[in-house]
Design a protein around this ligand. Structure first.
Ligand SMILES: Cc1cc2nc3c(=O)[nH]c(=O)nc-3n(C[C@H](O)[C@H](O)[C@H](O)COP(=O)(O)OP(=O)(O)OC[C@H]3O[C@@H](n4cnc5c(N)ncnc54)[C@H](O)[C@@H]3O)c2cc1C
Ligand code: SF4
Ligand code: SF4
Length: 1020
């Protein structure tokens, strides 16, 4: 049996503070639970630091309450670290004190002024969300970063973020007009550049503001020369306390130059006024290919003479990883087909307000490409159109995440990934950098901003191995020195964070000036201490890169077999792609609906990692326990489970309950498995966890009911009238909801789906029949594999498919119904699932061995044959195609039928996808579009998020609010849009039932829409 786990509680000073904060009228959330703290103990860096608590303010006033209280002498030991999206790569937001997370509530865009081209936002606003709203006015917030769909503007300001396009658009600070900050004593201050008179007035003040401006003035007067000697003149100048720009080009004193890039060490920023620019109307990319990555770097300077907006580069490793990722589907057409001799690509962008301008840029570049050079270019291609350019940039944005998806224990990690050197030195610097990594036999991928002299490099290191961990120090020291020898800086893009330890050496005599600035803002070193600079008066010094606890150190405490059992989901590197804010992306619906990071793939993975570590420490044998549970079945540990349940009711603590809470709300939609760059598979994690947890605590009744659904449906179908009478009765619905926690259970649509199919023209697939089919007819035969949802709750779709196939000249066979086991897997009945998978899998294998294709209708069920069945059966698992995949294979044959179904009545259709299908088979929409086009019809794909149903999730009573919220976030508007009337088709059974359940009508499956058009045409 797994062990009961104690959890680390918040220390007395912090819990005392939390109580006083609550009584001071703090209106946000105060979380001291171990789960919340564990989830926020990591960012995208190699580090893991457990905060004492997490504070989620709702307003500037709330932040002021926090800092007014920390300023009291009784609380001078309390430290706080602001946090936005938590995507920092160097531990910037990690703290052992309180984390102040603005992303949960402070995410409003407060105002967009189109005429004056600015926006005022709360600091927790995600950058892409701001740009979504600004785009409606033809404007955008220009600084770019790969994490733009989850990083906050507050985080960007504090790391002075920049990325692709920085040569034209600069860094975040170039677009900051005004900051509202809360200072360490709770004072709220609005800062914007001030002229000399205003500065003098501010310097007269006798408060913290006066001290700050006096220090600013003094620094500028006394250290100008030193500053220009030390601060390199780079596009990506170093981040943090930008002394070089205290006085701006209009001769104004700008406090924001110091605040931007200060990583939360000087103040907590609550609101930001940013400059917006008009969106360029046109853009194009030229992709220049090379056989050597070094050549691509060397060529960048030559290409710059064509004056493009930006040049980005990737190497063959990144390209290879992109090809294996879901993102490839959207860009594959822009790359040369079968060429595997490409080792580097430069992406050269031109933007402009008219097409002629773009063409001029492309012509300039073509002229450059025609000039003789010593390096060998391997061709180029042009990508026209803003939409296409966006797709390529999106692929490029995913590169860092993709690098993390290398297999094995050694994983690419960030610690020397953003060195900036003068662009003309980049090729030589990278050669030396590579030699350094090669001397340690490390593998790595490279990509980045060649125009700005920044290349991202993440060496693959197994941080679980103490010997390999030492390389972090060795390589960091060498790279910091190497960067300086090429006139560059270690911190060129992603900020300093825990790498601040190199600052005293780099700034030399200027470092005390940084200390003075820190001291005047934060005299007691309470704001994100140990980073950028510490006040000279404080004994606490900067953090050291090898003295802060790492994730690898925690992971090595997990027993090997336990780690191996959960390996599908433990390599989360915290890149945060699962926090995508966009309601129309499939990625994690439960996070979007709650803004609670424990309800996300990252949160769930982090919690289970910690749980495994604690279980190992408590002596539990995780792998052995799973084995025992599977062998013993439901009666395992019966008596003890009841005792444990009683103890739970009595309030006995167990960290396992908190982990269970996070996993229980997961919808098992598998978007994480498909879209997380590391393919963190939370449904798999959840099943394994449920199995173990319920080896200690009894299961709720609904698990057993859901687990019996698949085998019981054929039996219930026989008593269909009685069953439907009960299910249609509102009292029964309420009763089911109150007792087993399930509601709106669908009615059964057929007492024998197989008979219905036979009536529609199919035959039952069995070995005798299959053997009798002549070879010449096998290509035109297809076996439909039934699933519980379609067969019993939506039989007309099954029979419509049969009819459509016949009309297209195929011979449909129907496989006898067998439970697939999907529901058992979802609930972690893994022993029972294995048995079903083996039996069902072997039977399907017999059918598949006939050489005739097997197809499944429901994506979630069909995909189990290639994922979960493979776990059980290995290579023996049967190949079952999704309908869209099978139709794609038949494209040529169907096209040859020359059935042009287009007519005045058959309008263009709009496809809504099923999230499991879209995120795990990104080609599906294109495959359906191909089928419609083969039949002379047009199908447009409309990206949506989760509909809120996801199998049984939407039927659970406790999930009703979230289920509805998710539907309203993405589907409602599309479904209710009058322009879509009668034109929508949806591939998911869950999605179609959700639309019906919320009274928004009926949406057919694409197959049904096609059949309908065919029938109408036959009549006319
Ligand atoms: C895959 C990947 C790709 C990346 N690509 C880029 C890139 O292209 N360009 C780039 O510049 N960076 C990049 N980064 C780094 C990171 O995304 C940026 O530094 C980003 O600006 C951080 O924003 P955030 O909201 O996640 O901030 P967090 O990580 O939460 O915080 C970053 C810092 O800002 C401070 N902070 C946050 N909010 C506030 C506030 N309200 N007041 C005061 N301080 C605050 C924190 O204390 C911390 O020091 C990348 C990271 C990853 C994981
Ligand atoms: S779960 Fe995946 S997407 Fe989310 S933070 Fe972890 S690695 Fe990134
Ligand atoms: S399965 Fe879906 S709900 Fe669960 S963690 Fe993954 S994306 Fe989120």
């Amino acid at each position: 049996m797994i062990s009961r786990l104690d959890q680390k509680t918040t220390n007395t000073l912090y819990s005392h503070f939390a109580r006083e904060l609550a009584s001071a009228g703090f209106s946000g959330d105060i979380e001291l639970g171990y789960a919340d703290r564990t989830v926020l103990a990591t960012d995208n860096s190699i580090y893991q630091v457990l905060p004492e608590g997490v504070l989620y303010p709702r307003s500037t006033a709330d932040i002021s309450k926090i800092l007014t209280l920390t300023n009291k002498s009784a609380y001078h030991q309390i430290v706080v670290s602001p946090r936005g999206g938590g995507t920092g790569t160097n531990g910037q937001s990690l703290t052992s004190g309180f984390m102040v997370d603005t992303s949960r509530y402070m995410h409003q865009v407060l105002e967009i002024n189109t005429r004056e081209r600015w926006a005022r936002v709360q600091s927790g606003v995600v950058k892409d969300y701001l740009n979504e709203l600004a785009a409606k006015e033809g404007l955008f917030f220009a600084p770019e970063l790969s994490t733009s769909n989850r990083a906050t503007v507050g985080g960007m300001v504090n790391t002075d973020a920049s990325g692709q396009g920085s040569v034209v658009y600069g860094k975040t600070r170039h677009h900051v007009l005004e900051l509202t900050s809360v200072l360490a004593d709770g004072t709220v201050w609005n800062s914007s550049p001030v002229d000399n008179d205003q500065l003098e007035q501010l310097c007269q003040r006798e408060d913290r503001i006066g001290e700050i401006y006096n220090t600013l003035k003094k620094t500028h007067c006394e250290h100008q020369q030193q500053v220009s000697d030390v601060f390199p003149n780079l596009n990506r100048n170093l981040t943090g306390y930008d002394l070089a720009n205290i006085v701006n080009k209009d001769n104004q004193h700008d406090l924001n130059a110091i605040l931007c890039g200060s990583e939360g060490t000087l103040a907590i920023i609550s609101e930001i006024k940013v400059n917006l620019l008009p969106i360029p109307k046109h853009s194009a990319l030229v992709l220049v290919f090379y056989r050597s990555f070094q050549d691509s770097l060397q060529d960048a300077q030559t290409l710059m003479s064509a004056v493009p907006d930006s040049i980005e580069t990737i190497d063959s490793r990144v390209l290879g990883l992109a090809k294996a990722d879901s993102v490839w589907e959207s860009v594959k057409d822009f790359f040369p087909g079968q060429r595997d001799d490409i080792d580097g690509i430069n992406f050269v962008e031109f933007t402009g307000d008219n097409e002629a301008e773009i063409q001029q840029g492309i012509d300039r570049l073509k002229a450059v490409l025609e000039q003789p050079v010593s390096i060998w270019r391997a061709g180029h291609s042009v990508v026209n159109g803003t939409g296409n350019v966006k797709k390529i940039w999106n692929m490029r944005k995913q590169a860092v995440g993709l690098l993390g998806n290398m297999k094995g224990d050694a994983r690419p990690i960030p610690f020397v990934e953003d060195v900036a050197v003068p662009p003309e030195n980049l090729a030589d610097f990278i050669q030396a950098f590579r030699a350094l990594l090669d001397s340690h036999h490390l593998s790595y991928g490279m990509f980045g901003h060649v125009d700005a002299g920044v290349l991202h490099v993440r060496p693959a290191i197994d941080m679980k191995d103490p010997e390999q961990e030492k390389l972090v120090r060795l390589i960091s020291d060498d790279v910091a020195a190497l960067a300086r020898s090429y006139g560059g800086v270690l911190w060129g893009e992603h900020g300093k964070g825990i790498r601040s330890e190199y600052a005293p050496d780099f700034f030399a005599e200027l470092y005390p000036v940084l200390q003075e600035i820190k001291g005047v803002f934060d005299p007691y070193n309470q704001l994100n201490p140990g980073k950028i600079a510490t006040p000279a008066s404080e004994p606490v010094q900067l953090l050291k890169i090898d003295e802060v606890p790492t994730r690898g150190q925690q992971d090595r405490e997990i027993e090997r077999n336990a780690f191996a059992a959960f390996t599908s989901s433990l390599y989360c590197n915290g890149n945060g792609a699962c926090f995508n804010y966009n309601p129309n992306s499939a990625m994690c619906p439960t996070w979007k609906a709650t803004y609670d990071r424990t309800q996300s793939p990252k949160g769930r993975s982090g919690l289970v990692r910690e749980w495994l570590r604690l279980q190992t420490a408590a002596g539990a044998d995780i792998a052995g326990e799973s084995h025992k549970i599977r062998q013993a079945g439901p009666l395992y540990n019966g008596g003890q489970k009841l005792i444990n349940l009683v103890n739970k009711w009595r309030g006995e603590e167990d960290f396992s309950h908190q982990v269970y809470g996070a996993l229980d709300n997961c919808m098992s939609c598998k978007s994480c498995a498909g879209q997380c760059p590391i393919q963190v598979n939370v449904p798999d994690l959840r099943s394994r966890y449920f199995e173990l947890y319920h080896g200690r605590y009894p299961r709720p009744v609904k698990h057993h009911v859901a687990g019996l659904l698949e085998p019981m449906l054929p039996v219930l179908a026989r008593i269909k009238p009685a069953y439907n009478l009960v299910m249609g009765w509102s009292v029964a619905n309420t009763l089911a909801s109150k007792t087993i926690g399930l509601q709106d259970i669908p009615v059964i649509t057929s007492s024998s789906p197989v008979n219905d199919c036979c009536r529609a023209g199919a035959a039952i697939a069995n070995r005798t029949l299959l053997n009798a089919i002549p070879d010449s007819e096998r290509d035109k035969t297809v076996i439909i594999i039934q699933d519980a949802f379609t067969s019993f709750f939506e039989t007309p779709l099954l029979t419509d498919l049969v009819e459509l196939l016949i009309r297209l000249g195929y011979r449909p066979l129907i496989a006898p119904y067998r439970p697939n086991g999907k529901v058992l897997h979802v609930y972690g009945f893994l022993g029972r699932f294995e048995k079903i998978a083996r039996t069902n899998g072997e039977e399907l294998k017999v059918l598949a061995d006939s050489g005739i294709s097997l197809v499944g209708i429901d994506a979630a069920v069909t995909l189990t044959y290639r994922d979960e069945y493979r776990e059980v059966m290995g290579d023996r698992s049967p190949e079952v195609l999704l309908l869209s995949e099978w139709f794609a294979k038949q494209s040529e044959t169907i096209r040859q039928l020359q059935l042009s179904l287009a007519s005045a009545e058959a309008e263009d259709f709009v496809l809504l996808g099923h999230c499991t299908e879209i995120s795990n088979l990104p080609a599906a929409p294109a495959q359906w579009q191909q089928l419609f086009s083969d039949l002379g019809l047009k199908l447009t794909y409309k990206a949506t998020g989760c509909c809120g149903m996801a199998g049984i999730y939407g039927h659970e009573t406790r999930n009703q609010e979230t289920s509805r919220k998710l539907y309203d976030m993405s589907w409602k508007e599309v479904v209710q849009n009058p322009e879509h009337n009668g034109r929508l088709v949806a591939t998911g059974y869950s999605c179609r039932s959700q639309v019906k359940r919320y009274g928004d009508g009926k949406i057919p499956h694409p197959v049904q829409a096609l059949l309908q058009v065919m029938k109408q045409q036959a009549l006319s």
